[in-house]
Ligand binder design. Structure first.
Ligand code: MG
Length: 249
């Protein structure tokens, strides 16, 4: 049967990429390499901008009564090692708390960008993904990404993947700036943004709430059931198409 969709939208974690990639690869890259990274980039203007954001956040946190907040001294008042140690403590604390906060996210993104560009980091992509991207392209489908990871982070992952630069496959990228992944209005907004009827779009994700939201918007859907993903209930399996690899789509 030829596909009834002309557009494919892919989630990343748990779909194209192991759900553990962020937790097992990206986060440890930050915590284990932080001091060396600070030393290597010390004095760089971009680093200073990120550190200043972390410093302002720490002051806000302290004012808000967060006892564990680590104040970051100014370079002019302290030696570089003291400042680096404070930055390290601050980031380690925030990551232990799993804070979803702008200054932390932007610092992590800055460090990941450097890791991808030097080749120390590579985006993990399942073996069955590229053959499917080739097949969809050959069928004339357009392919997009919709992930809660920021668009720049998506582009780093796919631009520096284990399978090479995959960015040429994608016609565009969406993140939560278009809306939450579990709200159907976000899927309507994407369909409008790419000028495609919802019924002509196939969305693939591991997250059942996202799948239901996309279905409410009129999308076709497939659940990606990869190793390590949250278990699917019998009801989920009965109500939705489930695949363990993209060659089943
Ligand atoms: Mg996912």
């Amino acid at each position: 049967m030829s596909p009834t969709y002309n557009t494919v939208i892919l989630d990343i974690e748990g779909t194209t990429t192991p759900i553990t990639f962020v937790k097992d690869v990206l986060f440890p890259y930050v915590t284990s390499g932080l001091y060396k990274f600070l030393t290597d980039t010390w004095g760089a203007t971009e680093l200073k901008q990120h550190v200043e954001l972390l410093r302002q956040q720490a002051e806000l946190d302290a004012e808000a009564g967060m006892k564990q907040a680590v104040l970051i001294p100014h370079e002019t008042h302290s030696n570089a090692d003291q400042v680096k140690a404070a930055i390290q403590q601050s980031i380690e604390w925030q990551m232990r708390e799993d804070r979803k906060i702008g200054p932390l996210k932007s610092f992590q993104g800055y460090m990941w960008k450097s890791g991808y560009e030097t080749g120390e980091l590579q985006g993990q992509v399942y073996d069955d993904v590229v053959p499917a991207l080739d097949r969809w392209k050959a069928d004339g489908c357009k392919i997009y990404i919709y992930s809660s990871g920021s668009v720049p982070a998506q582009k780093l992952l796919f631009g520096h993947s284990e399978k090479g630069d995959l960015l040429p496959y994608f016609s565009g990228h969406f993140d939560t700036s278009i809306g939450s992944k579990i709200e159907s209005s976000s899927y309507n907004a994407i369909a409008r943004a790419i000028s495609i009827q919802p019924s002509e779009i196939l969305f693939v994700s591991d997250n059942v709430k996202e799948i239901i939201a996309a279905e409410e918007a009129g999308f076709q859907t497939v659940i990606s059931d990869r190793p390590g993903n949250a278990p699917l209930s019998a009801k989920d399996r009965a109500n939705h198409k489930v695949v363990t690899a993209f060659d089943q789509i």
